[in-house]
Design a binder for this molecule. Structure first.
Ligand SMILES: [Zn+2]
Length: 200
């Protein structure tokens, strides 16, 4: 059953401190596990319901960006680093080579004009709590020579092929503020075919 507002946990930051309100641990009644053949007790279920507070830290701009239709990446601008000018997507707070803080850059236009499928995998068996439509078409997205990494995402419409041009779509209407707000579709997909809540 979906939780009521009184059963949810809420967090905000006030004066630099986390302030929590509501319920973060809900205790449920456990159940015995009996062996139907022998009538003997074999164990118990352990229902657990807890709300985890996940801080994004320096990656927060990336997750806020996708809710606004922006794909943010990061770039090393250190003159003395061999990776100077390299762009990282997924977003890296620090350069893996010189460990200096990277500069945040907007690669939305680059993704719209240059992104393509590097490789892909299709799975019919999803993990626990899966909310993606099956089969899930996982794709690795490459951008251009400036971007030193490939991004893991999913193809929301159509079939994946190596080298296929794709464009990002964003859950801007009712964002979850997680990576689920970013997906890709083949170039030329009409807006009417996008998943609910998603825009270009
Ligand atoms: Zn560097």
């Amino acid at each position: 059953m979906p939780k009521t507002e009184e059963e949810k946990g809420f967090v905000e930051i006030v004066d630099g401190n986390y302030k929590i309100k509501g319920k973060f641990h809900i205790v449920e009644e456990n159940q015995p596990i009996f062996n139907k053949d022998t009538g003997k007790l074999a164990g118990v279920t352990n229902p657990r319901d807890m709300t985890y507070i996940h801080s994004y830290g320096g990656e927060a701009p990336f997750f806020e960006g996708i809710t606004q239709g922006k794909l943010l990446a990061s770039r090393c601008d250190n003159e003395h680093c061999l990776s100077k000018g390299k762009i990282f997507e997924p977003f890296r707070i620090h350069c893996p080579d010189c460990l200096r803080k990277n500069t945040i850059v907007d690669i939305t236009d680059k993704a719209k004009n240059k992104a393509k499928i590097h490789t892909f995998i299709i799975t019919h068996r999803a993990g626990a709590f899966n909310t993606l439509p099956k089969p899930i078409k996982f794709i690795n997205v490459e951008f251009d020579e400036e971007v030193a990494t490939i991004l893991m995402s999913i193809l929301a419409v159509g079939e994946p092929n190596i080298g296929k041009r794709v464009v990002p779509i964003f859950n801007t209407k009712k964002p979850t503020y997680t990576i689920m707000d970013l997906r890709f579709v083949p170039e030329g997909t009409p807006e009417t075919e996008l998943p609910k809540g998603f825009t270009f």
